[in-house]
Design a protein around this ligand. Structure first.
Ligand SMILES: [Zn+2]
Length: 125
């Protein structure tokens, strides 16, 4: 499920969706430097990382849906399940958001890119 050739591999390792070898971003997953910095092309298969202007606007919707459900689950668990106040739950949410916003940004782009570009085995041999 997480092997090369699966979409999950490309998404979780932030690799090129076509060859699963080239990195999607200049810096590591948890780096807060150059957050949106991506190479123009994959260093391995030359896949264009910006297929068209505004290509990654769709990733905002991926991020919105993903984080929206996370907030509902976290809020429900802490407020209803654990009996926290709304302010306590909001503070935890802000704290988690501050830590994970780079990761979410990049995962959302990887998910969006993987929806549009499929794996091609010939680039991985
Ligand atoms: Zn590639």
């Amino acid at each position: 499920m997480f092997k090369k050739g699966s979409k999950l591999y490309s998404i979780l390792h932030l690799k090129c969706p076509r060859c699963h070898k080239g990195d999607l971003f200049h810096t590591g997953t948890w780096s807060f430097q150059d957050i949106a910095g991506m190479p123009d092309y994959c260093p391995n298969c030359k896949q264009n990382y910006m297929p068209e202007p505004g290509f990654y606007y769709g990733a905002m919707f991926v991020s919105y849906v993903f984080w929206g459900f996370f907030c509902i689950i976290l809020g429900g668990t802490t407020i209803i399940g654990l009996g926290w106040t709304v302010n306590q739950a909001m503070l935890l949410l802000v704290f988690i958001s501050a830590i994970f916003f780079v990761w979410l940004f990049r995962i959302s782009r990887a998910i969006w890119f993987n929806l549009m570009v499929g794996y091609d085995k010939k680039w991985n041999d």
